[in-house]
Design a protein around this ligand. Structure first.
Ligand SMILES: Cc1cc2nc3c(=O)[nH]c(=O)nc-3n(C[C@H](O)[C@H](O)[C@H](O)COP(=O)(O)OP(=O)(O)OC[C@H]3O[C@@H](n4cnc5c(N)ncnc54)[C@H](O)[C@@H]3O)c2cc1C
Ligand code: FES
Length: 264
């Protein structure tokens, strides 16, 4: 019998962590073994399906951090612990962890862009000897939008973690301003030994990459992760196509040498 590649698996919700008003992290019971940076197609019967990055995973579970923006994600946010989601995947290319070994890794993440890199940071948090140094530059719109607060504190014990918001308030004593300002302030002595990951909205990725290039980071040492609109996730429907690139198959993680031609 032919295999139905669109058939999803039921995954029970084990925990829901409300990060912000509109961003919830769902822990699902699942035996899926994704690569860091891959995504799943997540569905609710009779409602719809959407691509969501795996924000973390371990033995028998995985985590999805989902922003409420529309039909499917609104429905998912109303689910409770013990309810189920349906998943298929993992799909796409993840981050090339081997290329980061022994290097200085700088991660620039805007908003929910922190979700796909969370498992990368946790991996190096467990194995800090695998890299030379890790800098995380995280940007959010306001203090109320800051994701993974507990993890940011934990990561800052081992790594250079800097958080900035576009607009502060009376509760915020941290940085205010664009992530590109944080890049400008970084001292990068050995650019050949430095690797960069940039994840966030398209304009943020474009201008952050240009800032790193200003600092003489070679283009081949920079990776983007794209949140292009997708449908099938497996190269069949063409929804994600930019020129001749199927982002669902060749991405979502794409090296800047190729990715710079894909930014609208
Ligand atoms: C590879 C990949 C990984 C993703 N990872 C995550 C993740 O970890 N967490 C998360 O919250 N979201 C993620 N997204 C975005 C997520 O897929 C969309 O937010 C979701 O499809 C919206 O579905 P909906 O039915 O709730 O909204 P809809 O009712 O379909 O749309 C609501 C609004 O969101 C806009 N929208 C829909 N899809 C996208 C998209 N892909 N990018 C930008 N705007 C969109 C629509 O234009 C509309 O304005 C990812 C997308 C991709 C392609
Ligand atoms: S999402 Fe269908 S071809 Fe990429």
């Amino acid at each position: 019998m032919a295999v139905n590649v669109y058939a999803p698996h039921r995954a029970k919700i084990l925990n829901i962590n409300r990060q912000t008003e509109i961003d919830y992290t769902f822990t699902l019971e699942a035996d899926v073994k994704p690569l860091n940076g891959q995504f799943l197609e997540v569905s609710v019967p009779r409602v719809g399906e959407c691509p969501i990055s795996v924000s973390d995973f371990g033995e028998g579970y995985l985590e999805l951090t989902i922003r409420r923006v529309g039909k499917v994600t609104n429905f998912i946010h109303d689910l409770k612990v013990g309810d189920s989601l349906f998943i298929r995947g993992p799909y796409g290319k993840g981050f090339p962890l081997a290329a980061f070994l022994g290097k200085r890794l700088i991660i620039a993440a805007g908003g929910t862009g922190l979700a796909p890199v969370k498992s990368v940071i946790n991996n190096f948090c467990r194995n800090p000897g695998d890299i030379d140094k890790l800098d995380l530059l995280a940007g959010f719109k306001t203090p109320a939008d800051v994701l993974f607060k507990a993890e940011l504190q934990e990561w800052s014990k081992k790594f250079n973690v800097q958080v900035t918001v576009d607009k502060g308030d009376s509760s915020w004593s941290g940085r205010v301003g664009l992530i590109t300002n944080l890049v400008k302030e970084l001292t990068i002595e050995n650019t050949d030994n430095t690797r960069v990951i940039i994840v966030g909205p398209p304009l943020m990725m474009k201008f952050t990459a240009l800032e790193f290039i200003n600092k003489s980071i070679p283009e081949k040492n920079i990776w983007f992760s794209f949140e292009r609109k997708m449908c099938c996730g497996i190269g069949k429907c063409g929804h994600c196509k930019i020129d001749n690139t199927y982002v669902c198959l060749e991405g979502p993680v794409i090296n800047y040498v190729q990715a710079k031609r894909l930014i609208d």
